[in-house]
Design a binder for this molecule. Structure first.
Ligand code: B12
Ligand code: SF4
Ligand code: SF4
Length: 418
């Protein structure tokens, strides 16, 4: 791991490399210590801002320090500091190795708990080692971003609830940008390093790596929970060919609690730490390409997209500080959503409203199915014309969901409840 001073400047140098040159040229001992990689103030070294890149390179060349080696400690500290500067709330490092809990993943797949997410079983072999994500990987830096913003507003009849994670901008877009910047920073430190940032889509058990990297523990609801932020955090990973100093896993924080299991409306948490996606409302309203099965529709309640029940119930989730990330604040009309309006959107209208949110994933057809079911569960007379219009929708699944909902309206009307 040889490092040249590619854009490294001494803190406070402000791009004036002539100053550092003079400083090190004068001080023989500092120069020797730096070569050994453990010099005083190594932790005070950081990459320049964009305006003053690479000023140090010339200096170091003149000093004959091209082969200065950056220690794993210095690299880990520098990456963590930069991650914090970029807005990651947590960062921890772990070895790139086969997850010790891989058997849990295998049995989860074997029991059919992945439902129709066949991309997971198809890549089961790749999940066994992060080298299938980055060939030369040695360490994984796990990162987390707090997304707790406002409190959820209870939907009134005619409205649908959206999970907190989907209120603002699509988190993939926000975090991917930060990952790119962190990867660039890493490459500026060590140009020969292989680095790759991933979020969600790579065959990597992010919660497991986050647990191993000390970001928190796995709760009985299967979420990664952190002592300070609870489970309101998104996860991401930076894989590197370099050696990092590893963090220690955190202690379990669940104890004898089982509030999440009791709060799950469908029994999807079949036992502690095991989630059957076939019954999970998050899966059914976000991932599934079919409408929620009839026997689970009532349990979906007024949820339009995602489910937070097993997180809302968790005692560790009530003190989470409010995120500083504006992009995760609820966009207009997202907490909650007025359902009838959705039926007025054609494909273009839907794209315009949701393209940059997580709800885009379900596309118009999926969202209209969910909307119809939420209306069927909480009928609002004013939304009836929207459902009637949905009976003529181009997508068969939307038509059948609307027919189901109107059937529920008929029952409610006959009881005078709507
Ligand atoms: C597929 C998927 C889903 C599926 C399946 C969820 C599941 N529990 O497996 C569905 C669609 C249901 C889903 C729902 C949600 N998801 Co999701 N999902 C994923 C995805 C893409 C893969 C998850 C996976 O591999 N599951 C397979 C199972 C077997 O893995 P696992 O539960 O993590 O278990 C492993 C470890 O945790 C460990 N383990 C499990 N139990 C125990 C117990 C002990 C004692 C120990 C030591 C270890 C351990 O062993 C297992 C194997 O390594 C990840 C992103 C990623 N690439 O990791 C996001 C991810 C897990 N989802 C996320 C989010 C935000 C959600 C929702 C909150 C969204 C919502 N509000 O609707 C819900 C939460 C539902 C829930 N209770 O899990 C976040 C979770 C953040 C966090 N703090 O945990 C992730 C990490 C995305 C991200 N990049 O931020 N999701
Ligand atoms: S997300 Fe909802 S349905 Fe899924 S396990 Fe949690 S509480 Fe149950
Ligand atoms: S509700 Fe209780 S059991 Fe469930 S994750 Fe939170 S602390 Fe653990």
């Amino acid at each position: 791991m040889t490092a040249i001073c590619n854009g490294l400047t001494y803190l406070g140098c402000k791009g004036n490399y002539w100053k550092i040159f003079q400083m090190f040229a004068r001080t023989g001992p500092a120069r020797r210590q730096l070569t050994a990689g453990n010099g005083p103030g190594l932790s005070k070294w950081q990459v320049c801002d964009a305006e003053n890149t690479c000023s140090g390179l010339t200096v170091f060349r003149r000093m004959g320090l091209e082969s200065w080696r950056m220690t794993p400690t210095a690299l880990t500290n520098a990456l963590k500091e930069e991650a914090a500067r970029l807005g990651f709330d947590l960062a921890g490092a772990t070895a790139a190795a086969t997850p010790t809990t891989i058997d849990r993943f295998d049995s989860w797949l074997a029991d059919g708990f992945a439902a129709d997410m066949s991309y997971m079983a198809d890549r089961a072999a790749a999940y066994r080692h992060p080298r299938h994500v980055l060939d030369s990987v040695r360490s994984v830096l796990m990162l987390a971003v707090n997304y707790r913003s406002d409190d959820p507003v209870d939907p009134k009849p005619g409205q649908g609830g959206v999970s907190r994670y989907a209120w603002g901008a699509d988190y993939h877009d926000v975090i991917r940008q930060r990952l790119h910047r962190l990867a660039d920073f890493h490459r500026r430190l060590l140009p020969e390093a292989d680095v790759r940032g991933v979020i969600d889509t790579a065959p990597l058990l992010e919660r497991e790596f986050a647990r191993a990297a000390g970001l928190g523990w796995i709760g009985k609801n299967t979420c990664l929970l952190n002592q300070r932020f609870g489970s309101w955090v998104f996860l991401a990973a930076l894989l590197t060919s370099e050696q990092l100093v590893h963090d220690r896993p955190a202690d379990d924080g669940c104890g004898s609690c089982r509030a999440c299991l009791d709060a799950c409306p469908t029994g999807a948490l079949v036992e502690p730490y095991r989630l059957d996606a076939r019954r999970c409302i998050s899966y059914l309203t976000v991932e599934s390409r079919d409408c929620t099965p009839i026997d689970l529709r009532t349990s979906q309640g007024d949820r339009l997209f995602g489910c937070d029940a097993c997180q809302q119930a968790c005692p560790h989730n009530h003190q989470t500080p409010i995120t500083t990330e504006e992009a995760f604040r609820p966009q207009q009309g997202m907490n909650p959503v007025t359902l009838a309006e959705l039926f007025t959107l054609d494909e273009d209208g839907f794209r315009r409203r949701f393209r940059h949110t997580s709800m885009w994933r379900s596309r118009r057809g999926g969202i209209l199915c969910n909307a119809a079911i939420a209306l069927g569960n909480h009928p609002d007379k004013a939304a009836m014309p929207a459902l009637q219009q949905g009976l003529e929708d181009s997508e068969p699944r939307v038509r059948t969901a609307c027919a189901w909902a109107l059937g529920r309206y008929a029952v409610s009307l006959s009881r005078g409840n709507c």
